[in-house]
Structure formats: C-alpha cells, structure tokens
Ligand binder design. Structure first.
Ligand SMILES: NC(=O)CC[C@H](N)C(=O)O
Length: 321
C-alpha cells in the first residue's frame, strides 16, 4: 500500500507519547553500575531524525547519558567497515542468544561462539578486532571517530562512569577470559575489555542517537552531515543484527509490538532505525528486568503504532511536509 505521512503527524505522535509517559514511574535505574543508580530518574527525551536531516526533539534530548550497550551497534559497524560482513559472521556471529546481555551460559551454549556483536561477549570480541591491532590508543581513536561519524558529532567520556564500571565489571572479566580460552579474542584481552568498558562509558544524547539511527536507515549516509559513513550494502546487515537481539531476551516481544529494529542500553537509551524513513531515539533511566528503558520503549512503541508504521509491512511510505 502507498502511504503518506506528514511531518506534523510525526510531531503530534511524538508529543502525545511524551505527554502520556512523562510521569510514568515504572522500572528502576540500573544499580549494578553504581554511577547509573544516581542519575535523575525523571529525565526523559525523544528525538526523531528524518532522512532530510530534520530533527524533532522533545524533553531532555541534549542530556549526555551513558551510551552503554547502544555502543555495541557502533562498534559492530566499525568492524563491518574494517572487515566486511563475512568476517564478522565468522569471527563473532549474527545470532540471537535469547538470554540476558551478560550471559556466560550463552557462550557455552553456542559452543564457544560469541553469537552476535550486540551482546557483551560479542561486543568485547568486536573491540578486540578493531584495527590497528595491538595499538590501544589508535583503536580507541577509531572507536570514537566512528561514533562521531555516525552521530554527526563527538561523544564525550563520562570519567566517573568509566571508573564506576571498571571497578565493578567482574562478570565481563569472566566473559573475556572465557572467550580468550576459546580463541575468540583477537587482541590483548585486558585491553579489549578496557576498550569495551570505556566505549560503554561515553556520554551521548538522544539527538545524537537518532542521527545514528537515521544514518543506518539512510543506507550509510549521515542525513545531517551528508557524509557517507559506510557502504550501502552493509545497511541491511546492521539492521538485521539490531532486529535480532536489540532487546536481548525481550527482542521478539519488542519487534512484534513496535515494528521497529532498535537497540537498548542500561543507561536508559534506545536507538531505533526504520529503513528508508527515520532514526528515533528515546532516553529515560529506569529500566525493566532485561535492562531496557521502560519509558523509552513505551514512547517509541506509541509513535510507531500511532503512525501505523512497521519495518515488516509492505507499505511504501513517504514522509511529506
Ligand atoms: N545492556 C547494557 O547496556 C550493558 C552494558 C554494560 N556496560 C555492561 O557491560 O554490563
């Protein structure tokens, strides 16, 4: 079906979602990373970036929160840029785990395979793959430059979060050494884990994440800077990774009810990408039992359903003035 949606319809849907959920108090800040437990739980922002570069922003869209696991998407893209689709599949995988993001059991079940770069195991493996190998300074630079390219502006390290996370990441240390044992870490393990922890501690805004979502939806061209960031052919690979495991063990429910591939982080951010149409991000710190922001989920779902959109419908949608 041919369908036209106006920008004012999108704005109205976003405003409605914001008003509906701004006072919602469900969920709880992540507390296994002490820094995150103390973030103002009432922060709430929604940003949509259209493919003409226009953004629609509501609430705390300029607040810099911990990017956390949303950064797994960015570094997966960097690995795809450096190695191509086939090598990512062989060295890490592109499968769902159906288990929590930090699951050790998932590694054992997959016979040593990290499954996907979008869970902790695969993300640590991805950091180990970033080139140049054995050069932590330039690996870090590559990670940050890639995020800057995708988001149209630079992220900023939150030192306190980095410290808090480094002091408490015992589970991730176990994951790293287990993967090392299976030859799935492709650089120094301690350095790879540190890069992962540091990238999770980057401060990012909902606006920046919506621009990244739009870059993916726009086949690799950042709609704001107009820069081609990655090869067009990688776009469906990235979107399929996000669709498969973006909400961990709740991914199926999420896709079924929202219709949009999206990736979450325990900092409260969610970044969605609707191919050919827009990127969307929402941010609110309280999360559910799988580590996904409660309000961000409600808001994005509301907007998608209100507009009658789904990545899985055959509709040919155009956004008009
Ligand atoms: N789901 C998440 O956002 C988890 C990220 C966090 N840095 C961790 O490794 O536990």
């Amino acid at each position: 079906m041919q369908k036209k949606i106006s920008i004012s319809q999108i704005k109205d849907a976003a405003q409605e979602a914001f008003d509906l959920y701004k006072t919602n108090t469900d969920g709880k800040n992540a507390d296994y990373i002490p820094y995150l437990a103390n973030i103002n739980k009432n922060l709430f922002g929604i940003s949509i970036c259209l493919l003409n570069g226009q953004t629609i922003q509501l609430g705390d869209t300029e607040y810099k929160f911990g990017i956390e696991s949303v950064s797994k998407v960015h570094t997966a893209i960097l690995v795809l840029r450096q190695y191509g689709a086939q090598q990512l599949l062989e060295k890490i995988g592109a499968d769902a785990t159906g288990l929590p993001f930090n699951s050790i059991f998932a590694i054992l079940l997959e016979n040593d395979h990290p499954s996907t770069p979008l869970v902790n195991a695969g993300a640590i493996a991805a950091c180990s793959m970033v080139k140049p190998i054995a050069d932590p300074e330039n690996k870090w630079k590559a990670i940050v430059d890639n995020i800057t390219d995708l988001c149209g502006s630079a992220p900023q390290l939150i030192d306190e979060l980095y410290k808090s996370e480094s002091e408490t990441n015992f589970n991730n240390r176990s994951i790293t050494w287990l993967l090392k044992n299976y030859n799935r870490i492709y650089d120094d393990p301690t350095m790879s884990l540190d890069l992962y922890t540091r990238q999770c501690s980057l401060g990012i805004t909902a606006t920046q994440l919506s621009i990244c979502g739009a870059t993916i939806a726009n086949n690799g061209t950042n709609p704001v800077t107009r820069k081609q960031i990655f090869d067009t052919a990688l776009s469906p690979k990235i979107t399929s990774l996000i669709a498969t495991v973006g909400f961990y063990e709740h991914t199926g429910d999420w896709l079924y009810t929202s219709g949009i591939p999206a990736k979450t982080g325990v900092g409260g951010g969610v970044m969605g990408t609707l191919p050919g149409l827009f990127g969307i991000a929402a941010f609110a710190p309280p999360i559910d039992n799988a580590g996904n922001s409660v309000k961000a989920q409600l808001a994005i779902k509301h907007i998608m359903n209100k507009l009658g959109l789904s990545a899985f419908s055959g509709d040919q949608v155009t956004i008009v003035e």
